[in-house]
Design a protein around this ligand. Structure first.
Ligand SMILES: *Cc1c(COP(=O)(O)O)cnc(C)c1O
Length: 401
């Protein structure tokens, strides 16, 4: 799945010859082909969860493939609008919608919101009345499962996302004349790789959501299942099959009786198009273990430290040397800066570059670039055989004051 094609390897090799430090490359042709396969169906309306990768060229590629946009902050909204996308194609989800942020979204023309608290409902009503308009609202529901069945994202632990059924039940919809309560939103699971498991989770959610809608006197027209579709982070794990998922989604749509199913995809949409290319500083042996010290680490790609799951990694050049297990370390002065254990050719050395794949989502913007004042990674896109630089590497002088 993630081995490098010859043109991609050639492009990365050429870039590595002109770059001094780690950089990201996003293959937009690969991304387009993947996205077009996702949108060619009429089962589920697809939004792009912009937080996965807010780069302009990525957003534009999703736009061309027919996605609309789910944003969580004013910064993400501005970035989407700056790509020429209409505010009517934006959905706002997120637990921290201040009155100030709601005012900004209203002023920009956003009219679809996922409400995550009773305050948000009241503030959205006030904003809608001020604009003499009606907002399309989905209520975000946080379900709990019977003791034995754990919520895989965080056990049965409480999260700030949405409200439980009992809390929502206290809402009187008619108190909010400018809000069209069109549906419910539910999203509790991350990086799921089994379509059967997803199908089973989704189908278990339908009865409690239908019961909530009924007790609120709401006609459940839209059901938003959020994200959570996974991608594999090893070369040997296989990914989700979209046709199988569509079958499961079609069943959910039919049994729940909704007009529209929505999902906001992040990782599954863009994760596989991105590569993080990182120079080796040195190889050393320590207490008998082989270590590689790399120019970039969790300052550029934090996810391994957060999830304890490495990005898949390969050597950029060809090598016939026998593979060995290496522990990979970034440049930060913390043991947290580990990019995992990988089997790599044993002749790897200080002239080499490593390519980490599956880095298109939760990479550059989910990192800690300021610690120790190393460079910010450059971002490149590859489009129709051309390499385009969207931002050069920047030294710490770029942000230090
Ligand atoms: C992050 C997020 C997503 C995207 O999640 P993925 O697992 O990357 O698809 C979707 N919806 C909401 C509300 C999110 O916060």
């Amino acid at each position: 799945m993630t081995f490098l094609s010859t043109p991609l390897r050639t492009a990365l090799t050429e870039l590595s010859q002109s770059e001094d430090t780690a950089f990201f490359v996003y293959d937009l042709d690969k991304l387009s082909a993947h996205l077009n396969a996702l949108t060619q169906q009429d089962v589920v309306k697809l939004w792009y969860a912009v937080k996965a990768n807010p780069l302009s060229a990525i957003i534009q590629t999703l736009d061309r493939a027919g996605f609309d946009f789910d944003v969580a902050s004013s910064g993400e909204l501005n970035q989407v609008l700056a790509q020429g996308i209409a505010a009517t194609r934006v959905l706002n989800t997120g637990p921290a919608k201040s009155k100030r942020q709601i005012a900004h979204f209203m002023a920009q023309g956003v009219r679809t919101f996922v409400a995550e608290s009773t305050n948000q409902v009241a503030w959205l009503q006030a904003a809608a009345a001020e604009y003499h308009t009606t907002l399309r609202i989905l209520l975000r529901v946080q379900l709990r499962w019977p003791d034995s069945e754990k919520n895989p994202l965080g056990g049965d632990s409480l999260t700030p996302f949405g409200l439980g059924v009992n809390e929502w039940q206290a809402l009187t919809l008619s108190d909010y004349p400018n809000l069209d309560f069109a549906g419910l939103h539910i999203f509790q699971w991350g990086n799921m790789l089994s379509s059967d498991k997803l199908a089973s989770l989704w189908s278990q959610m339908v009865p409690p959501l239908q019961a909530l809608a009924q007790s609120l006197g709401m006609q459940l027209r839209i059901l938003d299942l959020g994200g959570g579709l996974g991608i594999p982070y090893t070369f040997t794990t296989s990914g989700l099959e979209w046709p199988k998922l569509l079958d499961a989604l079609a069943t959910i749509k039919a049994t729940s009786g909704v007009d529209e199913l929505w999902m906001e995809l992040g990782r599954f949409a863009v994760g596989e198009c991105g590569y993080y290319v990182n120079p080796v500083v040195e190889q050393k042996t320590n207490y008998g273990a082989k270590q590689l010290i790399l120019a970039g680490g969790i300052n550029h790609i934090l996810r391994p430290a957060v999830t304890n799951q490495a990005f898949p990694c390969q050597l950029l050049r060809d090598s016939n040397a026998t593979p060995s297990d290496f522990l990979l370390h970034g440049p930060l002065c913390t043991a947290l800066d580990s990019l995992g254990q990988h089997s790599l050719p044993s002749d790897i050395n200080e002239n080499d570059w490593l390519v980490f794949s599956q880095c298109g989502a939760y990479g550059f913007t989910e990192s800690m670039p300021y610690f120790l004042c190393h460079e910010l990674a450059a971002e490149y896109v590859l489009q129709q055989g051309q390499v385009i630089c969207l931002r050069d590497a920047q030294s710490a002088a770029y942000y230090l004051r």
